[in-house]
Design a protein around this ligand. Structure first.
Ligand SMILES: Nc1ncnc2c1ncn2[C@@H]1O[C@H](COP(=O)(O)OP(=O)(O)OP(=O)(O)O)[C@@H](O)[C@H]1O
Ligand SMILES: [Mg+2]
Length: 254
């Protein structure tokens, strides 16, 4: 199982949207995918239509259930869901080895899926560190604005620390420009700046850019994936192009 985290230090940049569209894109390519929600907001769990009751990521990290027990076969795919109970993890996970809880928990199901896609919260606490420690690959969505650029530097610091202490083999596959408005002049300048930052971090900006479009919100409101809901939308085309770019770049499972 190849584990891919979608992470950024900033809120609202398209992490959950990207995790969902990436996972479903891989499913359309014929791969088996496990969605993993590591965000107490539970946005991915909602979009996948996970049930409210049942075991969650919190129970898994507390070692009260196994990964197999925590997997739901929901309408939108297989998922280990999360809800607001997960916000306690920051306080309760204090012991040595707390960064490895997710990695350990996933070991028992590593031969069941081709890919696991982890959605993360917009902060760099113990949850995001667990995600990066358990991952082979990181994808960092960003919008083309100044705050996102700053946030990328914060993420860089966390990536360095995780690589040094927890997961030396973590690969930062790239920065994905999301919610892009091609008409804005400023957007173009920012995209150039983002390229500079990517170079300094030792990664790249993906060639594919995800355009802003109403279909994304509509699909989420209906708990559908973008390819089923609006197959002809810009977002469906862009996200599929991104999946192809990622696979062509050698991010194959196993
Ligand atoms: N390409 C897009 N076009 C239009 N709207 C989008 C696009 N991508 C994301 N959005 C919308 O922007 C909002 C934020 O997206 P999303 O929830 O994926 O970001 P996030 O980084 O996961 O946020 P958070 O940090 O709160 O978890 C959502 O309402 C989503 O529907
Ligand atoms: Mg989110």
């Amino acid at each position: 199982m190849r584990v891919i985290s979608v992470a950024a230090q900033k809120g609202g940049v398209g992490k959950s949207t990207t995790a969902h569209a990436l996972g479903h894109g891989l499913i359309l390519k014929g791969y088996t995918v496990l969605f993993i929600d590591l965000d107490p907001q539970g946005n991915l769990s909602h979009t996948i239509a996970a049930e409210e009751d049942g075991a969650t990521m919190y129970d898994l990290l507390m070692r009260e259930v196994t990964a197999l027990d925590a997997i739901q076969h929901a309408g939108g795919g297989d998922i280990i869901p999360a809800n607001e109970s997960l916000s306690a993890a920051d306080i309760e996970l204090t012991k040595t080895g707390k960064e490895y809880r997710l990695k350990e928990a996933l070991q028992s199901i590593a031969d069941r899926y081709d890919y696991a896609i982890i959605d993360t919260p917009p902060s760099l606490g113990v949850l995001t560190v667990n995600a990066l420690t358990a991952s082979d690959i990181l994808i960092a969505p960003s919008q083309a604005d100044m705050y996102c650029l700053k946030a990328m530097w914060h993420l860089h610091g966390t990536i360095d620390a995780v690589k040094k202490y927890c997961n030396p083999s973590l690969v930062v596959a790239g920065i994905l420009l999301t919610r892009h408005n091609g008409r804005a002049v400023l957007s173009h300048d920012m995209a150039d700046l983002l390229k500079d930052i990517a170079e300094q971090i030792g990664t790249k900006v993906f060639n594919t850019t995800i355009r802003e479009g109403i279909a994304v919100r509509e699909a989420q409101a209906r708990q559908q994936d973008i390819y089923s809901y609006a197959p002809k939308s810009n977002a469906a085309a862009d996200y599929m192009a991104f999946v192809n770019e990622l696979l062509d770049g050698g991010v194959n499972h196993g």
